[in-house]
Design a protein around this ligand. Structure first.
Ligand code: FA5
Length: 342
């Protein structure tokens, strides 16, 4: 009997949920709870059961009747548009504002860069953080034991299957993706590769052991330094939201020839000189150059046909400049009062 009652309750609740108008709701109520309704009939039939069962089943049946009546009232309110108009609920009271998240300064800078390069027809690629020694160094014209390896000391990882992949490193820059992209997509090629990189070095306000870079590579026929400098000026101006000047100086990276350091005019002092730019009016932001013929060969392409430029920009330093952050370590400090400012 109890099971029968509980099943009946489920049946009615399902029918209420399916009702689409007040009329069918009223018909349902009469069918089950009316004077000649099915639940009423069950209650009447209780005269045939034992006193003890009568007590238990009677109590359950009454409870079910009350529950169903309440469900009918609630559904009726929905149909009559009264739902939510309960006078004990004051809709004019101010609500509780939910905490709203926002983007991290690094994400803001990265999105601006990606948008800029996508608008110029570049692909955005992702690369492995745990990289082979070959792509991180050797393919970039930095063979084993070459002194240039000292420029970017890193964390070496012991591979499980040594013979399969050779030495593994936490990548020191995003440049390994240059050769990977050439091998996968050939030329002509326009790609940018944002990502996290790792170095084994002492931290200070401008150096961290983990930071972000964005690599850029453009390969085609007749790409020159003029193309490179034009892109650098446009890119920095787009991210900073103001027209900036750049200057280039010779720089040494074994995977480019010639190699350049690109500085941008200091956004804080407009190039006049201030503590942030060490009174020079310039800030070093980017390593760049024309892709070395050996690197183009490692990518499976002919350096007699294709030339190109490549660059690597530090996103942390860019975010520091854009938002006036004076210590790079704040970017990964997970310190909410700091992050809530952006
Ligand atoms: C490189 O990593 C080269 N792969 C860049 C490159 C790409 C050159 C393509 C030529 C062609 P560099 O070590 O200078 O270069 O780093 C590039 C940028 O990363 C720097 O300008 C700086 O903005 C940032 N950076 C370098 N070291 C750190 C560090 N320890 N902490 C934070 N940012 C850093």
């Amino acid at each position: 009997m109890q099971n029968h009652l509980l099943k009946l309750k489920e049946q009615v609740l399902a029918a209420i949920a399916e009702a689409r108008e007040g009329k069918s709701l009223r018909a349902l109520e009469i069918e089950y709870l009316g004077r000649k309704g099915r639940l009423t009939a069950i209650l009447r039939g209780l005269s045939d059961v034992s006193e003890q069962e009568k007590k238990i089943v009677g109590q359950l049946a009454n409870q079910i009747k009350n529950d169903l009546s309440a469900a009918f009232r609630q559904a009726e309110e929905v149909f009559s548009g009264q739902a939510g108009k309960n006078p004990s609920f004051d809709v004019t009271l101010p609500g509780q504002a939910g905490a709203r998240g926002h983007f991290h300064p690094l994400t803001i800078v990265l999105e601006k860069l990606e948008k800029f390069f996508i608008s110029l027809g570049f692909l955005v690629l992702d690369g492995p953080e745990l990289e082979s020694d070959y792509y991180n160094f050797t393919a970039l014209n930095i063979p084993p034991f070459h002194p240039a390896r000292d420029m970017q000391d890193t964390f070496y990882v012991q591979p499980i299957a040594q013979q399969a992949v050779g030495q593994l490193v936490m990548r020191t820059h995003t440049s390994p993706m240059q050769v990977r992209a050439m091998q996968k997509y050939g030329a002509p090629l326009r790609v940018v590769v944002p990502g996290r990189v790792f170095r084994f070095e002492a931290t200070d306000t401008r150096h961290d052991t983990t930071f972000y870079q964005l690599e850029g590579l453009m390969l085609d026929r007749d790409i020159s330094l003029a193309n490179l400098t034009a892109f650098m000026k446009l890119m920095l101006s787009a991210v900073m939201g103001q027209e900036l000047n750049i200057r280039v100086r010779p720089g040494y990276f074994p995977f480019v020839e010639p190699g350049l350091e690109v500085d941008m005019s200091c956004v804080l002092c407009g190039g006049q000189g201030c503590p942030s730019c060490k009174q020079t009016g310039w800030l070093e932001m980017i390593g760049a150059g024309l892709v070395h013929p050996e690197v183009i060969k490692a990518g499976g392409l002919d350096p007699e046909i294709y030339s190109g430029f490549a660059f690597g920009i530090g996103l942390d330093r860019l975010a520091m400049m854009k938002f006036g952050i004076n210590d790079i370590r704040l970017l990964r400090g997970a310190h909410l009062p700091f992050l809530e400012q952006f």
